[in-house]
Design a protein around this ligand. Sequence first.
Ligand code: FAD
Ligand code: UDP
Length: 378
Amino acid sequence: MKVDWLIVGAGFTGAVLAERIASQLNQKVLLVDKRNHIGGNAHDYYDEHGVLVHQYGPHIFHTHMKTVWDYLSQFTQWHPYAHHVLAVIDGQQVPLPFNFNTLYQLFPAAYAKSLEQQLLDTFGFGEKTPILKLREQSSGDLKFLADYIYENVFHRYTKKQWNLTPEELGKGVTGRVPIYLSRDNRYFQDPYQGLPQHGYTALFQRLLAHPNIRLLLNTDYHDIAREIECQGLVYTGCIDTFFSYRHGALPYRSLDFKFFHQQGNKQSVATVNYPNDFDYTRITEFKHMTGQRHHGTTWVEEYPQAYQRGKNDPYYPIPQEKHRQLYKKYLADAQLIENKVLFAGRLGDYQYYNMDQAVARALHLFDKQINAIKNSAK
Ligand code: FAD
Ligand code: UDP
């Protein structure tokens, strides 16, 4: 078969590139995914009870990039939603990111006030301080507080999630949930936040509705590669798989998702984190996020696991320096063939991208490489 472009992976990265190439270059795209659905890890569906659920765990769209928000807004309206997370600490459910409300809930008022003042004097109002930075405090009350937050919020959760300590990972990992010197309980502070009004799958259906796009599901690229003739290939699967693991396998972290349903409601907010108990990290009840009205409710528990090729899915690249070095060997290989194959996405770039970052990367790749090459060839 002959096509202009073959794109591997129908997640945000692959779908956005397919849409851009189809609509802006008027070229034919074959989009393949080995799964039986579009949307990649953002895929959602109505379960057997009629509740809209996210198959691969809670996905909340949030971004500071107006370009990304405006681009996606061509394909969906938004259900306005700001994510709220509670963490179970010392038997209480307290707001996360750790902020002044959390402080006052966990400590007697006079002591909380003193800690609040010391935090303000040291860092300033509105600052976001990663736990590993707060832990640089070497003495006094702030050292006590840093150790308390580290032990109760981060240490055991991170061991569960990654089987590593916060120090063994890139600082950016626990830095995603910094101590927030404010009274703002929202998990994200981005100016644009929400969920696609009719779900992610509906958004992807609209992205891919262009007549120049042909979709092939249940199809692994490696099984059809020889049969397709194309002028360009975009690959959003694991970069080490593409190169047959020639430098060794890159490690990933996986999850097992367990879904449950009951009548009524389960919890007071969308997500409750369990840093200190159970084998799962968090429970997410979808109705709170989607705004769906339903007499029943469905929630998901996330159980972190080692990634085992062929047995489960590679959800997270593992942000450690030694893996970055290994990835750089694959990147060098990729650069040698970049006039034929472009790598992108969480797995193709081996980067802990959020959805907006995956979309931004795809838009940038289109503008700077695909469209630019096309224009220079004119
Ligand atoms: P993916 O969505 O992983 O898509 C890649 C696709 O490629 C997959 O469908 C896969 O089947 C396919 N593929 C791979 N190899 C092949 C092959 N050989 N042949 C054919 N097809 C192949 N981001 C947020 O912004 N907010 C959140 O709240 C959020 N929550 C998350 C929660 C969890 C539990 C996880 C795991 C991720 C979360 N993310 C969140 C991140 C988000 O899922 C990613 O940013 C996004 O999915 C990246 O899109 P992608 O297209 O790069 O990759
Ligand atoms: N984290 C933690 N305790 C929490 C929440 C987060 O230790 O209650 C750490 C943990 O290492 C986690 C990281 O912060 O992997 C990033 O959290 P986030 O909620 O962004 O994770 P994701 O949604 O990407 O799984």
